[in-house]
Ligand binder design. Structure first.
Ligand code: ZN
Length: 149
């Protein structure tokens, strides 16, 4: 998350106050390595080390924002393709072939692609394409076509 709040001596920052025992606006008194080190509570005027917010709020000021976990964005990060890919890689005992456009591939073949990495052939698309599941995406690549039997 990008907070536009500028961190500098004299600026306000929300810190956990050790005396008030809640998150309150503090004035930054000293900075160390770009992080606030000493802060002064604007409520009780006590100076103490900067403490990260604890989510402790004044009673009565219910903040639904804090209660709402960012579950959605987390779920998006876990790409379902990767799970499926892992499952198929683990399930396949076939030797890994190096991908080449002039090589024939079949469903279930494992291949190694210089850009996309290791993948498993999902299906063949007539006459010379195939769908491959890679770690991050499903790609359609060209191959030599189904070997005629
Ligand atoms: Zn205080």
């Amino acid at each position: 998350m990008n907070t536009p709040t500028e961190r500098a001596v004299g600026k306000e920052i929300v810190s956990y106050c050790t005396r008030c025992k809640m998150d309150l606006g503090h004035t930054i008194m000293a900075m160390i390595g770009g992080m606030p080190a000493r802060v002064m509570c604007r409520t009780c005027k006590s100076e103490h080390n900067y403490k990260a917010k604890k989510g402790v709020k004044e009673p009565g000021t219910a903040t639904p924002k804090a209660a709402r976990a960012p579950r959605e964005s987390k779920a998006e990060k876990t790409v379902p393709v990767e799970l499926e890919w892992m499952k198929q890689i683990n399930a396949s005992s076939r030797p890994v072939k190096n991908y080449a456009a002039n090589e024939p591939f079949q469903v279930g073949d494992r291949l190694s692609h210089p850009t996309f990495g290791e993948g498993v052939v999902q299906k063949l698309i007539f006459p010379n394409k195939m769908e491959i599941i890679f770690r991050n995406d499903i790609k359609t690549l060209i191959h030599a076509g189904k070997p005629t039997t």
